[in-house]
Structure formats: C-alpha cells, structure tokens
Design a protein around this ligand. Structure first.
Ligand code: SF4
Length: 94
C-alpha cells in the first residue's frame, strides 16, 4: 500500500483524508491530526499506550478502525488498536 512507503507526515494525512473525505470537519475531530504521527507509528517495540489513550477520546474511532480493518492496514495504531490487536480481531471475526 502507498501509505507504508510514504513519509510519516503523508501517512497521517492520507490516513485521515481517506476516513471521511466528504466531511470538512474531520480534521478537527481526528485527535491524531492534532498530536502528530509519532505516537501512532512508533518504532518497533515502542509503547503504543499514548496513541491508544488518544484514540480512546477520538470521535472518529469507529470509522477509523473500520477503515483500517477493511483496508488491511498492517502498521501503526488505528482506531485504538495496535497492529497485533487488529490481527487478532481479524482472526476471531473470520
Ligand atoms: S481513532 Fe486514533 S488513529 Fe483514528 S483518527 Fe482518531 S486519534 Fe487518529
């Protein structure tokens, strides 16, 4: 996927643009747009606790998670779930 090979700033912009492209207010609602991408695409082995905490307060969380699952996003925190958690969810939901 293009996002995986893009600079981190582009990943975040594309990530959010794709979730609600018709809604001009989405940027204000997406908390990760306000905090920056570092929390959401941490180095391997780094904590995702802060990203998950921010997602927990984000109104876009359901749509974000749905998008990540539908598009098989493998990297980063999406909709409050880490890569491993999304993989486990995909396995249990068939
Ligand atoms: S749920 Fe998390 S990753 Fe998704 S838009 Fe909100 S803050 Fe960003």
């Amino acid at each position: 996927m293009i996002e995986r090979f893009s600079p981190i700033g582009k990943i975040l912009a594309m990530h959010l643009d794709t979730i609600t492209p018709a809604d001009p207010t989405w940027q204000a609602q997406a908390l990760c747009a306000q905090t920056g991408p570092d929390f959401f695409f941490p180095e391997p082995g780094s904590s995702v606790r802060e990203a998950k905490r921010i997602c927990g307060m984000c109104e876009l969380r359901p749509a974000c998670l749905e998008y990540a699952l539908a598009n098989d996003e493998r990297f980063g925190v999406w909709g409050g779930l880490s890569e491993k958690e999304r993989l486990a969810l995909r396995r249990t939901s068939g």
